[in-house]
Design a binder for this molecule. Structure first.
Ligand code: M6R
Length: 608
C-alpha cells in the first residue's frame, strides 16, 4: 500500500526521500510524488507510474533543493492512478502539503462541506479534503490545526504534513495505518516502514493510534490528538542492514526463499529447550492450556493458508477443534466465540486492516488474542494480548515465502505444546516430532539446491493458460499456497481444489495438456490422490506430482515427479511448498514479470 517518507534536518531532503521511497517500492504503488520547502515556498513534483519517473523529473532530487520535505508512493483507492491524484496534495494557496496512507471514510460529506465553503478540489482523492481542512483550521498554530482535522475525519490515516509558514517543522500522525518516526544526528524522519530509513538510523519510535508528532531538525515531540504532550521511548532496530538488500540475488523473492532454512531455525530454536517446547510469549498456564475448548485462527492470504495447515496440525496433535476464517469474513459475520475459545491471528506485516479489525472484534467480545506476527512493533503485535514472533526478518517481496514458512513453524510449536500439555502426545511421540522439526532447515536447504530441475520444468509452462493444484487434507492447504504463489506473480490463472472435489464441477475445465499439480505427502491419502490424478490424466491433463520419497507408486499416475524428503506428515507443508514456490518464481521470471512487485498488489494491505 502507499508509502510515506519525510525528512527534516541539515541534508538535502529530496535524495533522502527518493531513496526511502525506493525502499518502500515493495509495498506496491502506482504513482509517486514529493513536496520540498525551498526556503521560500513548498514545491511539489508528482507523477503516475514508477518512481523512476519522479527520479528523472527531479534529476534524482537535485532540482528540488531544500532540507525539509515529504514524499509518497500511492496505491490508488479513490481515483485512478494519475498525475493529479498522486500525492502530495496542496491547499488552494499551495502553503500546506499533505501525504496520506489509508482511507478517509467520511470524505464525501467533508468534501461537500468544504465545497460549500468555497474550496475547489482538483483531484478525485479522499486525501485532498485533508489539505483544505488544514487550511480551514490553520490560524497560525499548526499543531492545533492538525488536531482539529483529526477530530473531524473518520477512517484510517498515516500522514505527513508541511506548512510553508513553519518551515522548521513537519508533522506526522496516524490511526490504523502504519507509521514510524526516526532520528539521527543530522535530522528526523517519517516513514511507513523501517527499511525506508534503516540506512540513516536505527533509532525509531512507533507512532501510536491518534498520536501526532512534530518533527524538527534536532528533536521530536509527541502529542495526543488533544494536543497534550506525551512521553515516548525509542526502539533500537537490530536488523542486519543487509536483510533489506538483495545481496546479489536477482530478486528479493529468490533471496527470501533461500533464507528459509535460517528463518525456520530462528523461529524454532529459541523455543526448544532441551526436550521441551517453551513458548514464554504465550503467557498461559498449564491449566489455561487445558481449558482451551476451541481455537479460532483468523488471517488473510498466505497467512490464512498457513492457518488452514494449522487447523490440521492442531486438531491432529492437540485434539482441539479449530475453525479457520478469512479475516475479511470473520469481522463481519458476528462470530460465535464461546467460553474457552482462543483466537489466533496470523500476519506477516502486522498491519493487515482486516486482520487487525478481526483482532479488535475478538477483543471486544472479551476474548484473548494471540498474534503470530513477523513485524516487531506493528499494530497487531501491539494490540494482541500475547505475541509469538516469527523471526523471519524483513520480507520485501510482495509474495511471501520465508514469513509463511515461519508461520508454519509457529503453528507446529503451538500444536505440539498444546498436545503435550493436554496429554494427547506421549513423550515418545513428542520426541520423534521434535527430531523431525529440527531436521526441517537442512531438508529445506536440500530442496532449494534442486532449483535447476524446477527451473527447467517451469520454463515449459511460461505460456500456460490455467494451472490446477489438487491435494487432500494438509496437501489441500499446500495446494492453496502453491496456487497463490503461481498466480500472484506470473498472472497465470490458477486454482487449488481439494482433490475429492474435482469431479463436482472443476474437472470439466481440464483440457489436453492442462497442468495439474497434485500434492501428495500424506501416506494415508496416497491412494486416494492417485485416483484423482488418474482421472485428470484420462482427460488430457499433464500431471506434476509433489510427493514423499517413499511414494514411488505415484510414478504410475504422474507425468513428472518432484520428491521431498521424509518427515512427519504434519510437517510436510514446510517441504512440499519449496518446489512450488520455486515453480511460481521461475514461471514468472520466464515470463518477464516484475516478480517482487506484481501488478495491483501491495505488501501490506492496510485498507479493507
Ligand atoms: O501481512 P499479512 O501476513 O497479514 O498479509 C496477508 C496477505 O496479504 C499476504 O499473505 C498475501 O496473501 C501474500 N502477499 C501472498 O504472497
Amino acid at each position: 500500500m502507499c508509502g510515506i517518507v519525510g525528512y527534516i534536518g541539515t541534508k538535502q531532503a529530496a535524495p533522502i526521500i527518493l531513496d526511502g521511497l525506493a525502499r518502500l517500492e515493495y509495498r506496491g504503488y502506482d504513482s509517486a510524488g514529493m513536496a520540498i520547502y525551498d526556503g521560500e515556498k513548498i514545491n511539489i513534483r508528482k507523477s503516475a507510474g514508477r518512481l523512476k519517473i519522479l527520479e528523472n523529473l527531479t534529476r534524482g532530487g537535485e532540482s528540488m533543493p531544500g532540507i525539509c520535505g515529504i514524499g509518497h508512493t500511492r496505491w490508488a483507492t479513490h481515483g485512478a492512478p494519475s498525475d493529479v491524484n498522486a500525492h502530495p496534495h496542496f491547499n488552494t494557496s499551495g502553503t500546506i502539503a499533505v501525504v496520506h496512507n489509508g482511507i478517509i471514510e467520511n470524505y464525501i460529506q467533508l468534501r461537500k462541506k468544504m465545497t460549500a465553503r468555497g474550496y475547489q478540489f482538483l483531484s478525485e482523492t479522499d486525501t485532498e479534503v485533508l489539505a483544505h481542512l488544514l487550511d480551514y483550521y490553520y490560524k497560525g498554530n499548526p499543531l492545533e490545526a492538525v488536531a482539529k482535522v483529526l477530530h473531524r475525519v473518520e477512517g484510517s490515516y498515516a500522514l505527513g504534513i508541511m506548512f510553508a509558514d513553519c518551515p522548521d517543522q513537519i508533522f506526522a500522525a496516524r490511526k490504523d495505518s502504519p507509521l514510524i518516526v526516526g532520528q539521527n544526528e543530522d535530522g528526523c524522519f517519517i516513514a511507513s516502514d523501517v527499511p525506508a530509513i534503516l540506512k540513516y538510523t536505527r533509532k525509531v519510535f512507533y507512532v501510536d493510534n491518534q498520536e501526532v508528532v512534530r518533527l524538527r531538525a534536532d528533536h521530536m515531540h509527541f502529542y495526543s490528538v488533544d494536543e497534550e504532550e506525551t512521553e515516548k521511548t525509542p526502539v533500537m532496530i537490530d536488523w542486519d542492514a543487509n536483510a533489506a538488500e538483495k545481496a546479489g540475488y536477482d530478486h528479493f523473492m529468490l533471496k527470501e526463499m533461500y533464507e528459509q532454512p535460517k528463518t525456520v531455525s530462528d523461529t524454532l530454536t529459541p523455543r526448544v529447550k532441551g526436550k521441551e517446547i517453551v513458548i514464554e510469549e504465550l503467557n498461559m498456564t498449564e491449566e489455561e492450556i487445558k481449558a482451551i475448548r476451541k481455537i479460532h485462527i483468523v488471517a488473510c492470504g498466505s497467512a490464512y493458508h498457513a492457518g488452514v495447515t494449522g487447523k490440521y496440525v492442531l486438531e491432529g496433535l492437540a485434539r482441539i477443534p479449530v475453525e479457520v476464517d478469512l479475516a475479511s469474513e470473520f469481522r463481519y459475520r458476528n462470530p460465535i466465540l464461546e467460553e474457552g475459545a482462543l483466537v489466533v491471528v496470523i500476519s506477516q506485516s502486522g498491519e493487515t486492516a482486516d486482520t487487525l479489525a478481526a483482532l479488535r472484534e475478538a477483543k471486544a467480545k472479551g476474548f484473548k488474542v494471540l498474534g503470530i506476527v513477523n513485524v516487531v512493533g506493528s499494530s497487531i503485535a501491539r494490540e494482541a494480548d500475547n505475541v509469538m514472533y516469527t523471526w523471519a526478518g524483513p520480507e520485501i517481496a510482495v509474495a511471501t515465502t520465508k514469513a509463511y514458512s515461519a508461520q508454519l513453524i509457529a503453528l507446529y510449536l503451538l500444536a505440539m505444546k498444546f498436545g503435550k500439555t493436554r496429554g494427547k502426545l506421549s513423550d515418545k511421540e513428542f520426541s520423534c516430532l521434535l527430531t523431525d522439526l529440527r531436521r526441517l532447515p537442512d531438508q529445506i536447504e536440500l530442496l532449494l539446491n534442486n532449483k535447476l530441475k524446477i527451473q527447467k520444468f517451469a520454463n515449459r509452462y511460461i505460456g500456460a493458460k490455467d494451472v490446477f493444484f489438487i491435494g487432500r487434507g494438509i496437501d489441500y492447504a499446500i495446494s492453496l499456497e502453491g496456487s497463490l504463489k503461481l498466480k500472484e506473480i506470473s498472472y497465470i490463472h490458477s486454482e487449488a481444489y481439494a482433490a475429492g472435489e474435482l469431479k463436482h464441477g472443476t474437472i470439466s475445465l481440464i483440457e489436453e495438456g492442462t497442468l495439474v499439480a497434485a500434492v501428495s505427502t500424506q501416506p494415508d491419502l496416497y491412494a486416494k490422490t492417485i485416483s484423482n490424478m488418474v482421472e485428470v490424466k484420462a482427460r488430457g491433463a499433464f500431471v506434476l506430482a509433489v510427493t514423499c520419497e517413499e511414494n514411488k507408486e505415484i510414478e504410475k499416475a504422474a507425468d513428472y515427479v518432484i520428491y521431498v524428503p521424509e518427515t512427519n506428515p504434519y510437517f510436510a507443508n514446510s517441504l512440499a511448498i519449496i518446489p512450488l514456490q520455486l515453480f511460481g518464481y521461475y514461471v514468472a521470471v520466464g515470463k518477464g514479470c516484475d516478480v517482487d512487485k506484481p501488478r495491483n498488489l501491495a505488501k501490506s494491505v492496510t485498507v479493507e
